[in-house]
Design a protein around this ligand. Structure first.
Ligand code: DON
Length: 592
């Protein structure tokens, strides 16, 4: 019953509180959001989504979490911009209209397929721990883990933002349009004001107390003391000014300039919970190109983000364990779910033990996704019951090191962007400020992340260090899994989702949905979720997934029913392009 023991361990460190908060903020629903008034292609895209139809196009396509952002990207693609240009326009618009999820105060991972060379490149724009942190960052004087929100709210959890540097890097490598022109639409909308969406309004209302903890944040989201309501026109002149500076000075404004100084002052000055981020941390920040992790699944290569994300390794391990099984009977077959659930538990056991920033700890990536290792580990699935206990395996390791199991917590925010341009370049980027509204600190019109709480709160267990412990200059382990699936070297699917550590299950299910269940990309976003991260099986409440409760319980699984608010954005690439946007959020797909 080791998994139960570890589940119990995860209930430490304020996880119960965190879980309750997740329950209160998750089911805000997609809602129409008043976006119909944007008219034209946006209205048509909303109709397609409401009808459960994929969007089809021949040339280019963009799928993301908010119609304003998708429209900004589509306008760039329509005038001949690359996927990189569009990505910049989408991200800076998301920072305005979906500020709780991602933005210039956060970090992101990009998987990029370059049509001209056939190469897949992955860029790591993850937030980084300040040089002054210690492994006991989230512990009290006795070495006990802090309560989750005591750690999140304030300056302590803020890592050096990576998104501004990543956007500049992406544009420098693959962009073709004038930099300032990509920031312009968000700048204009920030000045003119945008209608607060139902989803944003619901999240603000649910988090009002924490948003009050900082004056700037409260003034923006709770003007006059009350949460902004849906439909309110919200202006963000500070964000417009930030974009103006970003347009003029590039990323230097964040990593040495006036905006950077404001970030540091906000973090160090956070009342009650100051952080140690310094101007040196900003000055030394670098986007890192990492080797793409491309494990096989059937006749496909599933390319994604390696460490410090656990995304590609865990997605690959789950698919690897399923490789020998026929899953075609679909998502409501309990046997299919038994296999997917226990494959998930096996992958999460390895993730908890081995995955961390590979610049600090040796991570056995190739050992973990070695088909022979995965096949050996999958042998335990040859049963008809849920596995009684699940422990990490022993992948081939080029270092004789042993780590203790991790303890960290993740909660809803984050956004996924999928783009294909007319030249056939593909961008799959997952972007985040971690928790909804991040650290709740705001400066220059954007929120600062709380990404450092993705480190393990426990630095050691029984004297054995945890791989994902906080260390100076280290990047916290992520679950983000931006993915490009290829067949014979050609991209066939771009996919990714928010959802904390459930991202891994959401992405696996979407890939299996398209490859094994024969779903179109819109159907694949909408499949009722069943996700097993390590302990209990989570079934999506109010959906047909709850029919799995009795059979999975009979097999020996512990089962929970709850809201599972993924935000999947898929683009299928073949003769033409097809796009799907998760019905659980406000996103759409546009293409031409
Ligand atoms: O990097 C990660 O894995 C998390 N910080 C992502 C957070 C997230 O997806 C919240 N989800 N809805």
């Amino acid at each position: 019953m080791k998994h139960l023991v570890l589940t119990a361990a995860l209930l430490l460190a304020g996880t119960v509180e965190a879980q309750q908060a997740a329950d209160t903020v998750a089911p805000e629903g997609a809602g129409a959001g008043g976006f119909e008034e944007m008219g034209g292609a946006v209205a048509a895209a909303l109709d397609a989504k409401a009808a459960g139809r994929p969007v089809e196009a021949a040339e280019w396509m963009v799928a993301a979490a908010n119609p304003h952002a998708v429209k900004a990207g589509a306008d760039v693609l329509a005038r001949g911009g690359t996927a990189a240009d569009a990505l910049v326009a989408v991200q800076v618009m998301l920072g305005l209209v979906e500020p709780q999820s991602s933005g210039l105060g956060g970090g992101a991972f990009l998987v990029w397929y370059e049509a001209a060379t056939g190469e897949v490149t992955t860029l790591d724009g993850r937030e980084t721990a300040p040089l002054a942190v210690t492994p006991r960052l989230f512990q009290d004087a006795e070495g006990e883990p802090l309560k989750f929100f005591d750690a999140v709210v304030g300056g302590r959890s803020v890592g050096t933002p990576g998104t501004p540097a990543l956007l500049a890097e992406v544009h420098a490598r693959w962009g073709s349009q004038d930099w300032a022109s990509l920031l312009q639409p968000a700048q204009e909308l920030a000045r003119a004001g945008f209608a607060v969406s139902p989803r944003l309004a619901g999240l603000v209302a649910g988090d009002a107390e924490r948003l009050r903890s900082s004056d700037a944040t409260a003034a923006y989201f709770l003007p006059g003391g009350a949460p902004v309501s849906a439909g309110t026109v919200l202006k963000n002149p500070d964000y417009a000014a930030t974009l103006e500076t970003f347009a003029a000075q590039g990323a230097a404004a964040f990593y040495g300039g006036s905006i950077g100084r404001d970030i540091v002052a906000t973090v160090q000055g956070a009342e009650g919970n100051p952080g140690v981020l310094s101007e040196v941390d900003l000055a030394i920040y670098r986007v890192k190109e990492r080797p793409a992790v491309c494990p096989p699944y059937r006749e496909y290569q599933v390319c994604g983000m390696g460490p410090p994300s656990s995304g590609a390794v865990a997605v690959g391990q789950i698919l690897g364990a399923l490789e020998g099984h026929d899953l075609s009977s679909g998502p409501l077959d309990p046997e299919v779910r038994r296999l997917m659930g226990d494959a998930g538990r096996l992958a999460f056991a390895d993730r908890g033990r081995y995955l961390a920033d590979s610049d600090f700890v040796p991570v056995p990536v190739s050992g973990l996704i070695d088909p022979a290792y995965m096949a050996e580990r999958a042998k335990v699935l040859e049963t008809d019951r849920s596995l009684e206990s699940v422990a990490p395996g022993n992948p081939t390791f080029d270092h004789a090191l042993n780590w203790a199991d991790d303890e960290s917590i993740e909660l809803p925010s984050t956004s996924h962007i999928s783009i294909v341009d007319a030249a056939g370049n593909v961008a799959s980027m997952t972007t985040t400020i971690e928790n909804a509204f991040g650290s709740r600190l705001m400066t220059n019109g954007f929120l600062l992340n709380n990404e450092l709480t993705d480190f393990s709160f426990r630095s050691h267990r029984d004297g054995v260090p945890v791989a994902n412990r906080a260390e100076p200059g280290k990047r916290p382990r992520s679950s983000m899994a931006p993915t490009i699936v290829l067949r014979d070297g050609q991209p066939v699917l771009a996919v990714g989702s928010p959802g904390g550590s459930r991202i891994i299950g959401y992405v696996v299910q979407a890939i299996v949905g398209v490859i094994d269940w024969g779903l179109d990309v819109q159907q694949a976003t909408a499949v009722a979720h069943a996700v097993n991260r390590f302990g209990a099986y989570d079934l999506e409440e109010g959906t047909e997934a709850v029919t799995l409760e009795a059979p999975l319980t009979a097999m020996g699984f512990e089962v929970n029913t709850r809201a599972l608010t993924s935000g999947l954005h898929l683009i299928g690439i073949g003769e033409g392009l097809t796009g799907g946007a998760d019905p659980r959020r406000e996103g759409i797909v546009l293409g031409e």
